[in-house]
Design a protein around this ligand. Structure first.
Ligand code: ASP
Length: 608
């Protein structure tokens, strides 16, 4: 090794030792004749001192050092002179008195500061990702990610899981997204697809008798750009045989609890993780990804709203919509402007409007509420008793403000969930140091797609219906509840999974509801259906996203920060410049011709 110890590992206990260090020039300070350099390696930085009186040659070499040069130094570990210790730095008790120095490599001036975490344009960071990853924040994220994955591997290994790789070149594996395709050279005109997930493969492994499988699996989905999406993401893919839903949930709860307690003991963690039904979650939080760090629970007030003189309410209910509300504690004092902001926020999130009712008065029960204490644009359409009833249902007191949205159930719930999360952060109810997990269970098996006029699988086609609901497959698919579950933390969906179908007959009935023809089923899923005919065990699994988990653990909202080499939001790789055109020869080998859309042709023309 070109070093005997890591820079960041040096402590007072090493005083008096001769060491060799190798790393990068992090920062340089000249104090009279003395040159101080902070040398950095992955473990951290340490201060080294070049004294012209004791090491003239080394000092002369250090004169030339610039930031990010790679250097090697030899010297003695010394206690820092009294008063010059740095308590903020793990190595702050010591410094190295250098006796000799070597330049291992020079560096150009980096395009941004590597030695601090100042804001830098993201495109530039991605283009020079290898410099960006040298920065302390990014380095810590990469280390954390390693620890998480290592923990998962050890935890599952101890529980008899086998880690098994599955192919990247495979056949289309429908999970609801578009496939990335790879043209086959040997079979012109034919394509592999990159897996959207190893779903069918892990099920085949269960048929193969593996019983407990996992993989840190890459999944590829060619979706339209979205802030928190990447063309490829990583999942902990997991499958078990002879299990029921609760076995999978308990395993995941144990894994996450142990992982967080070990790796991030400073996080506030609530155990056990509650199990919430989908219906209950939608009713109380307007979403299947509720942030349970705070209450602000919603109530359906459609029945009360339809009794009022307020047309917005009554016509919504008449048209089959809902009126739903939650209470914002202490917000009766919100100004007109603040209320307008909330209304705009609700509209931005798809609501037609937002009705607010402020209950002006000293905190206390609403029993003595008077007309004058009600502040609302809808006040003249509501009696005092009606307001009182609504306030009681949503648990409001005097001094609070009711937030009410009326409209079709889906858009109303969507907007209310956004508003609830907004209030959670405005009122500082969402503790950034808390990780609040829950399982949402009992999802519907199917969801009607108004555009295609077909049933879609809410999770995927391999999810089993509750046994007692199988009878409705041909008659009333919409009422079937699935053996399906999500893991949610702080309002983010971290995993989906299900107990699978394991008989060909039931699988074919589900495919039929999804509108696949017999021919399509045979062509796309033949392998799975055939395997099911050879003694497939009951099985189920789940696939927690690793990128999202790291985001939730670190409170990051940019998925690119938790991936070493991510694509931009527009699916570009600025480091390699991918995607890119290929040589005509490569196209010829694949028997491909490019048939560009008109605008793209023009662009390509100007690029040469
Ligand atoms: N394959 C599923 C997904 O990627 C997860 C699962 O059901 O295990 O969402």
């Amino acid at each position: 090794m070109l070093k005997t110890i890591s820079c960041g590992d040096l402590r007072a206990e090493h005083v008096g030792q001769q060491v060799t260090l190798a790393g990068w020039v992090h920062r340089r300070r000249d104090h009279g004749a003395l040159i101080f350099i902070d040398v950095r390696d992955r473990q951290g930085t340490v201060q080294v001192v070049f004294n012209p009186e004791t090491a003239q040659e080394a000092h002369a070499i250090a004169e030339s050092f610039r930031n990010e040069w790679v250097i090697q130094i030899k010297g003695e570990v010394m206690a820092r002179p009294e008063g010059s210790e740095n308590a903020d730095l793990p190595t702050g008790q010591v410094e190295i008195a250098v006796s000799s120095a070597t330049v291992l490599n020079e560096s150009k001036t980096p395009p941004f500061n590597v030695n601090d975490d100042s804001d830098v344009d993201e495109l530039l960071r991605l283009k020079y990702r290898y410099l960006d990853l040298r920065r302390a924040n990014m380095r810590d994220l990469i280390i954390l990610r390693h620890k998480v994955v290592k923990f998962i591997r050890d935890f599952l290994d101890e529980r008899d899981f086998l880690e098994i790789e599955t192919p990247i070149l495979i056949k289309s594996t429908p999970e609801g997204a578009r496939d990335y395709l790879v043209p086959s050279r040997l079979y012109p005109g034919q394509f592999y697809a990159l897996p959207q997930s190893p779903q069918q493969l892990k099920q085949l492994l269960m048929v193969a008798g593996i019983e407990k499988y996992f993989q840190i699996a890459r999944c590829f989905r060619d979706e339209d750009p979205r802030a928190d999406r990447q063309p490829e993401h990583t999942q902990l893919d997991l499958e078990m045989s002879f299990v029921e839903q609760e076995d999978v949930l308990q395993l995941i709860e144990d894994l996450y609890t142990a992982m967080i307690q070990t790796i991030m003991p400073e996080k506030k963690l609530t155990t056990p993780f509650p199990r919430l039904t989908y219906a209950d979650s939608i009713a109380r939080y307007g979403t299947d990804k509720p942030d349970l760090r705070f209450g602000l629970e919603m109530s359906d007030i459609s029945d009360m709203a339809s009794e009022t003189e307020f047309r917005v309410f009554t016509s919504t209910v008449e048209n089959g919509g809902i009126v739903k509300a939650f209470n914002a504690p202490g917000l009766a004092s919100y100004s007109r402007r603040q209320v307008d902001q909330l209304i705009d926020f609700a509209k931005l999130n798809g609501a037609m409007g937002l009705v607010t009712i402020a209950l002006n008065g000293e905190p206390g029960p609403v029993d003595d509420l008077t007309q004058e204490q009600i502040r609302s644009a809808a006040a003249r359409f509501l009696t005092v008793d009606q307001v009182k009833d609504i306030a009681k249902r949503v648990g409001a007191q005097m001094g609070d403000m009711l937030l009410i949205i009326a409209g079709p159930a889906k858009t109303t719930n969507f907007a209310l969930n956004a508003l609830r999360n907004e209030m959670g952060s405005r009122l500082e109810l969402a503790d950034p140091n808390e990780l609040n997990f829950c399982f949402v269970v009992d999802f519907p098996l199917f969801e009607y797609n108004d555009t295609t006029k077909r049933w879609d699988a809410m999770h995927h086609a391999f999810t089993s219906p509750k046994t007692e609901d199988e009878q409705y497959l041909e008659t009333d698919p919409g009422r079937i509840i699935a053996n399906c579950y999500d893991l949610v933390s702080n309002g983010v969906e971290l995993a989906s999974g299900s107990i699978r179908i394991h008989t060909a007959d039931l699988q074919e009935r589900v495919f039929a509801v999804l509108g696949y023809t017999k021919e399509q089923v045979r062509q796309r899923f033949g392998q799975l259906l055939t395997a099911f005919e050879y003694g497939a065990p009951p099985h189920g699994g789940i696939a927690p996203g690793i990128d999202r988990l790291i985001m939730v653990l670190t409170g990051r909202d940019n998925i690119r920060d938790v991936i070493a080499f991510p694509k931009t939001q527009n699916a570009l790789d600025p480091l390699f410049g991918a995607p890119d055109v290929v040589d005509q020869e490569q196209l010829d080998e694949l028997h491909l011709t490019i048939n560009m859309p008109e605008p793209a042709k023009a662009e390509a023309g100007t690029d040469g």
